[in-house]
Write a protein that binds this ligand. Structure first.
Ligand SMILES: [Zn+2]
Length: 380
């Protein structure tokens, strides 16, 4: 089967020299400054003059700031990351306009993740080594897995997290072979009691370590709250909280990667609910479950992997009454509060709430897959 070319990111830890660390700190400071100042300009133009400042406008402003004697230090770092910072701000506004996120926020030193993105004209990749613009030494990268044979990096992002660790994410083009098609299909219900429930009846629970990690996090947060503001001990306690947060996120991402790969390998069609996280978070009992499960991250993993391997993810309307429709006879039951985990239909079918929902999601998903997006179940 012919392979197709996709963009993939490979992330590694690296250890900067003292000189590189200083240079990166300066670059991070500049990208943050540019982001914040452009955000301030855009907000001001809008609130005072109802004028929309575009990405191109901010790009011109940046040129001016570099010439301004007060901010001429902006001309020191590589120009690529500063441009990218403006592009990220543009992206943040676009998400806001589509009502996907709240209004863009200022980046704060020590609170926002430090990062800088370099395009191919601002770094070199030679002999298995990466050298950033304006740096004489290559980066000391721990290649935990090799880049694909013959890969040409098109973009790299270096970042420093709250734990003081440096990472580099390298974007390369990779050739992926589609998988042989399979006849299995699956519906997936995003969980309240389980992380996810499959239409096959399988329940996917939170990884075992999650509970212990949560307990550790809660303890570290209590310790942090007791420390005096501005003290060294408080800084230490904050670092500890950040470390635990980081580890929880790393392990969860790893878990979701394995799960999404498995589901995509096993099934030709994966039907999911088009959950709007923003709406669900309003419901407090659900908010923990939804944010913990990292639903939107998981969904995007499923979608891009399905795309790579020639599978299909169908997201169905979230207004579909999947929990209270009998997956055997189609009858819609009355109100079904969240604490009802099992119910019996008038046709005699006994349902596990989540498995039944996953089956209905699958049925609707298959109809949509076969007939196109125009087909939707009636809303109730
Ligand atoms: Zn029934």
């Amino acid at each position: 089967m012919a392979g197709r070319v996709v963009k993939r990111a490979f992330k590694y830890r690296f250890y900067p020299t003292a000189v590189q660390a200083e240079q990166l700190a300066q670059t991070f400071g500049c990208t943050r400054y540019v982001y914040n100042r452009a955000l301030a300009e855009r907000s001001r133009a809008w609130s005072q003059e109802q004028r929309r400042v575009t990405y191109a406008d901010t790009s011109k402003m940046l040129t001016g700031w570099k010439r301004d004697t007060e901010t001429e230090w902006l001309a020191e770092p590589s120009k690529g990351p500063l441009q990218e910072s403006l592009r990220q701000l543009q992206g943040a506004f676009e998400k806001f306009w589509r009502k996907q996120t709240r209004y863009p926020q200022f980046k704060r030193k020590g609170r926002s993740k430090d990062s800088a993105t370099y395009y191919s004209n601002c770094f070199t990749y030679r002999g298995g080594q990466i050298r950033l613009a304006k740096q004489s030494e290559p980066l000391d990268i721990r290649w935990s897995r090799p880049l694909p044979e013959g890969a040409v990096p098109s973009q790299v992002t270096v970042s420093r997290n709250a734990r003081g660790q440096y990472h580099i994410s390298i974007l390369v083009e990779d050739t992926i072979s589609e998988l042989e098609s399979v006849s299995r299909v699956v519906g997936l219900d995003a969980g309240i009691t389980s992380l996810y429930t499959l239409s096959t009846g399988e329940k996917i629970t939170n990884p075992r370590h999650e509970r212990a990690d949560r307990a550790r996090l809660a303890k570290a947060q209590r310790m942090l709250a007791k420390k005096q503001k501005g003290s060294r001990n408080r800084a230490k306690a904050r670092l500890k909280v950040a470390k635990i947060h980081g580890r929880i996120a790393d392990r969860r991402r790893d878990y979701l990667h394995k799960l999404s790969t498995r589901l995509v390998r096993e099934n030709q069609v994966i039907a999911i609910e088009d959950l709007s996280v923003r709406n669900m978070v309003k419901n407090r009992s659900l908010s923990r479950a939804i944010s913990d499960a990292g639903w939107s991250e998981f969904r995007s993993m499923l979608e891009y992997k399905a795309d790579w391997y020639g599978r299909r993810v169908v997201a169905i309307d979230r207004f579909c009454p999947s929990s209270k429709t009998c997956s055997v006879c189609g009858e819609v039951a009355g109100a079904m509060p969240l604490n009802v985990r099992e119910w019996t239909c008038r046709c005699g079918a006994v349902h596990d709430r989540d498995v039944n929902a996953a089956r209905n999601i699958l049925a609707v998903g298959l109809t949509v897959a076969a007939c196109g997006d125009g087909v939707r179940p009636p809303r109730t």
